[in-house]
Design a protein around this ligand. Structure first.
Ligand code: HEM
Length: 441
């Protein structure tokens, strides 16, 4: 009887010293450095940092293996869970293991399509209020998209007039803490100084300040015992399958903080890049405006042309441009061994622009997401991740972005500005500024 022997080898990549050099380079120019290595090692390479072994990949098969097919063997790294959790609390994004699964099962039903549909009206009001004061002229639209995306999550969470000072307090606490977390992750060698100078504790206090505002809003709701058909109602109504109990107040605060954080910068990035790409592709802009100007609210959300533009923008500029997972046990993929403890970094930015998988990979062509063509993108397009940890807000995000884009194009024209955005990849793929020329239609 013939026997099959599997030879398993380690992925090729860099030795210890070169790994240190690449990591240093990568901290300054992550995308360029990773693209260089991907080209050199055909899409998957290992970095050996002594105690830590990292495999970076833009191979769709390995990404699918880690996120979906063998997801039980992989969990988020401690940077995402313990470290971010110190500032952001223990919500869906920062939890792992059994607690994550319990929370996901509890919250998932609130994000089903039919539940999200009940929020379209709130989203439309938020967009109308925002566009009412939208400035014309040559402006940096990025901070505006940030504000819109933040207002969307706040309004759909708390479908009441959130007092202006509470909204501002929450917004500034969250963005200041996020800025600090980014700085701290980027400059680990300065961490001792952040502790000594009190910057670390000041930011932990700000995170506590954000929790205080959320607590205030929850107590306002529970005290009046009124219903508002919003995400807060959904979180307060949710009951655990096993004991029929609701979340504690502190758990609700954790989940709200996470929804605010996970939901607003990603959306702000996607909208900014979408407008930027439309400004530079006039024919696409005019076709989209004509095709969508007369749609009803429900039709807007279901509209394939709007979705295709947003997806194509997230292909070229995936807001979540990277994700990480750690192997819980030794694993084998395609005859390569992945030792226990290896961190797998999925490089979505690289995969989304890989000419092996995409024709005219660098060109903005929304039509690739229309009709039958979209099927071929299924395993090579990961704007919302995949598998059990797929973005819980994906339908929410697509709905709010379609509603905004249609309303914006109806009222405004958009042309290139004088500068080109520079991408600042860290937790998300942020542009530094997105200068565009805005005119009333
Ligand atoms: C364009 C907008 C968005 C993009 C591109 C995006 C992308 C992602 C990605 C890639 C993940 C998975 C991360 C991983 O696998 O490590 C994720 C997770 C998550 N997202 Fe989003 N997201 C967006 C909008 C939103 C919105 C609007 C919300 C909520 C209102 C949200 C809430 C979450 C949460 C809670 C998780 C963690 C889910 C879990 O681990 O169970 N996201 N998102």
């Amino acid at each position: 009887m013939a026997t099959t022997t599997h030879t398993t080898v380690l992925h090729p990549g860099y030795g210890f010293l070169r790994s240190l050099v690449r990591t240093y380079k990568s901290a300054r120019k992550p995308i360029e450095t990773m693209q260089e290595s991907m080209a050199r090692f055909q899409g998957t390479y290992a970095v050996n940092l002594g105690m830590m072994r990292v495999i970076a990949t833009q191979d769709p098969g390995l990404i699918e293996h880690v996120l979906k097919n063998n997801h039980r063997n992989y969990q988020k790294s401690s940077i995402q869970t313990d470290y971010l959790g110190r500032f952001l609390g223990r919500g869906l994004l920062t939890a792992n293991g059994d607690y994550w699964l319990k929370q996901r099962r509890l919250i998932q039903p609130g994000f089903h399509m039919d539940k999200i549909q009940a929020l379209y009206g709130i989203m439309e009001n938020t967009v109308n209020r925002f566009l009412h004061n939208f400035p014309a002229g040559t402006i940096d639209i990025y901070p505006l998209m940030h504000r819109l995306a933040f207002d969307m999550v706040i309004d759909t969470l708390f479908n009441v007039d959130v007092p202006a000072e509470k909204r501002t307090q929450l917004g500034s606490f969250i963005s200041e803490v996020q800025e600090f977390v980014i700085k701290d992750v980027r400059q680990p060698y300065n961490r001792w100084w952040f502790r000594l100078s009190g910057e670390m504790s000041a930011n932990l206090k700000k995170a506590e300040g954000a929790r205080d505002v959320i607590r205030f809003l929850i107590r306002q709701r529970t005290a009046t015992n009124t219903r508002h058909n919003d995400l807060l109602d959904m979180l307060l109504d949710a009951r655990y399958e096993d004991n029929g109990e609701a979340m504690t107040e502190s758990q609700v605060i954790d989940e709200i903080l996470i929804l605010l954080i996970a939901g607003h910068e990603t959306t702000a990035n996607a909208l900014s890049w979408s407008l930027y790409l439309l400004a530079h592709n006039r024919a696409e802009l005019l076709t989209l405006r004509n095709a969508t100007a007369a749609l009803t609210l429900n039709e807007v959300v279901m509209n394939p042309a709007l979705s295709a533009v947003i997806k194509e923008s997230m292909r070229l500029y995936p807001p979540a441009w990277i994700s990480d997972r750690v192997a819980l046990e030794d694993d084998v993929y395609n005859n390569y061994v992945i030792p226990k403890g290896t961190v797998i970094v999925s490089f979505y930015y690289g995969l989304h622009r890989d000419p092996k998988h995409w024709q005219a990979a660098q060109t903005f062509q929304p039509a690739r997401f229309l009709g039958e063509g979209e099927k071929s993108t299924k395993k090579i397009f990961y704007p919302f991740g995949a598998g059990p940890r797929l973005c819980i807000g994906n339908n929410f995000a697509m709905a709010e972005m379609c509603i905004f884009l249609q309303a914006f194009l109806k009222q405004f024209d958009v042309h290139p500005g004088n500068t080109t955005p520079v991408i600042r990849p860290l937790v998300t793929l942020r542009p530094d500024r997105v200068e565009l020329r805005i005119q009333n239609v």
